[in-house]
Write a protein that binds this ligand. Sequence first.
Ligand SMILES: Cc1ncc(COP(=O)(O)O)c(C=O)c1O
Length: 396
Amino acid sequence: MIAERLQGVNASETLVISAKAKELKAQGVDVVSFTVGEPDFDTPTHIKQAAIEAIESGFTKYTAAEGIPELRRAIVERVKEDLGLDYEIKNVVVSNGSKQALYNFFQAVLNKGDQVLVPAPYWLSYPPMIKLAGGIPKIIQTTQKQNFKITPEQLKKAIRPKTKAIILNSPSNPTGAVYTKEELESLARILEEHDLWVLSDDAYSKLLYDGFTFYSIAKFSKKLFSKTIIFDTLSKTYAMTGWRVGYAVGSEEILKAMAIIQSQATSSINSISQKAALKALTSSQACVKAMVKEFEGRRNLALQELSKIKKIKCFVPQGAFYLFPDVSKYYGLKFRGKEITGSNDLATYLLDEAKVATIPGYVFGADKCIRLSYAASLDHIQKGIARIHKALEQLE
Ligand SMILES: Cc1ncc(COP(=O)(O)O)c(C=O)c1O
């Protein structure tokens, strides 16, 4: 009954453990959840106000599938200001989150059997999206030792005649790793010698710590400018996950094809969110700065608390709002005779015993780790990690 293309494609696995945590919470259990992939802040008032005005003024009809011209113009200007790159509005399509933009890209560009390079740990939606378009995700495995970033040698080795694209996600979900300008440049030199599409997933590019600044791979040369498609979203930057506003910026030809897919699938995103997004992008960015400052404090606290657990080695992320500690030293240990064999067992154990919800690393292609989102209050971070500590000490 179900089409072949759905074979091996599952619903988003992060939702399973979050759903279990929510169920426990609904039963009155005091669960600390580190599963969320979204800021816990409310959307800033001036952005909400713009949406209210859109409704009240009757801006409630279909719009152009690519998005309203004012919003596309605002995106061009923000990309110019933030990344120093020059585009026109014909290079921009607004989508229902950058998730739809990525989906559109794969549908528009991949033929059956085309390969896409996906550095692991990866955002878990990339492989299914590629598969749904008939493509083959080719995983480039990185380790904590290499700071979860691919090396030029790995990249060189991975590129094959069937390779059509590579995804770069910096800062990364789930690791928070950020490529430095120098690291990107060494990858850029290799990419320039080939004819791949470079998908720069910049979803977390505004959430950077330790004074890091974001650099776009599209800036290294004309060729890379023409081959890079930027995917960005208002979801994380402005605490707007539910508004569903993201966008793609790049080659006119590709963006046109992506707009055709979108126009036949969902038309435009909703008109009201477009007005809210316009306000977000064109107003003062102070709200973003304030959120980043708060996240940095939480990251520091979470790292400090985790460092008390001697068997955990945690990579220090410079961006996004996740920690991705290596918990593999606990594998092979037991609780009441039941062995922890991998990240799924460990996350399940932490939820059952410590009432702390985390995401097992295997869903991101990294079974040694678990993901903790610190989009949570300082109190929650302290309490949750103390509980994890206690539960892990019970393993023998
Ligand atoms: C790395 C990455 N890219 C893209 C997205 C898509 O976000 P949205 O569809 O809300 O724009 C997410 C969301 O979690 C993400 O983590």
